[in-house]
Design a protein around this ligand. Structure first.
Ligand SMILES: [Ca+2]
Ligand SMILES: [Ca+2]
Ligand SMILES: [Ca+2]
Length: 217
């Protein structure tokens, strides 16, 4: 019995998120940070299909995800307050920002073409490398990313633009704009995975069985 309990404990520790959804609190343990060094690392099993979180006052939540298929990649806000989405590399360098898509909710896709910034005319996918981890950011309108020179990293208008990094902008350093608490939000992901894939419970229990069999010999 003791052995079974310890195997289950190991499985629980290494399990990370299940069912494809990463939750800021349940899986991440609390509020996701707002800078590259405090972004929440996602880990789990079987592909990352969404993120759920909570937007507090003047809150920004950053999550480290893996983009497995840049062409198919899509991040879409499905619920919550008037949102903004951001994508950075792991050093906080800016890649893409969108405020509104067909609604006040935000979306960017690999197939989208940048409408402003240094990458205007290129596809979002052209700025992504398959299998690399990136930082996906969520904020409520109108809390915006600033670089170390205290200037905007991305254009803010038009609201429905697919904004690339403003030429010469340094990496993310802070956020500007006061927002009231927006509450629960959800983001759908396509072409993405946990940055750290972990073995499933069944695989770990299988491993436990193998170890037990070895000990019996
Ligand atoms: Ca939060
Ligand atoms: Ca946060
Ligand atoms: Ca918006």
């Amino acid at each position: 019995m003791k052995k079974i309990v310890s195997i289950l404990a190991v499985a629980g520790l290494a399990m990370g998120a299940q069912a494809g959804i990463w939750d800021e609190t349940t899986n991440g343990g609390g509020d996701a940070g707002d800078l590259a060094g405090t972004a929440q690392m996602t880990s789990g099993t079987g592909g990352l299909t969404g993120i759920t979180g909570n937007n507090a006052a003047s809150d920004v939540d950053l999550y480290i995800i893996k983009i497995v298929d840049p062409g198919a990649f899509r991040a879409t806000v499905l619920s919550g307050p008037d949102s903004q989405l951001w994508l950075f590399n792991l050093n906080g360098g800016g890649i893409v920002h969108n405020d509104d898509s067909t609604s006040l909710f935000s979306q960017f896709r690999g197939v989208d073409v940048f409408t402003t910034g240094s990458t205007t005319g290129m596809t979002v996918a052209s700025q992504l490398v398959a299998g690399e981890c990136y930082i996906l950011g969520y904020s409520r309108y109108n809390r915006d990313a600033l670089n170390g020179a205290n200037t905007a990293m991305f254009a803010g208008s038009p609201f429905n633009g697919i904004h690339g990094l403003i030429a010469g902008s340094g990496p993310l350093a802070s956020w500007t704009g006061t927002t009231s608490a927006g509450g629960a939000y959800s983001i759908e992901l396509v072409g993405a995975d946990y940055c750290i894939p972990t073995p499933g419970t069944a695989a770990l229990l299988g491993l436990g069985g193998l170890l037990a069999a070895r000990r019996r010999r």
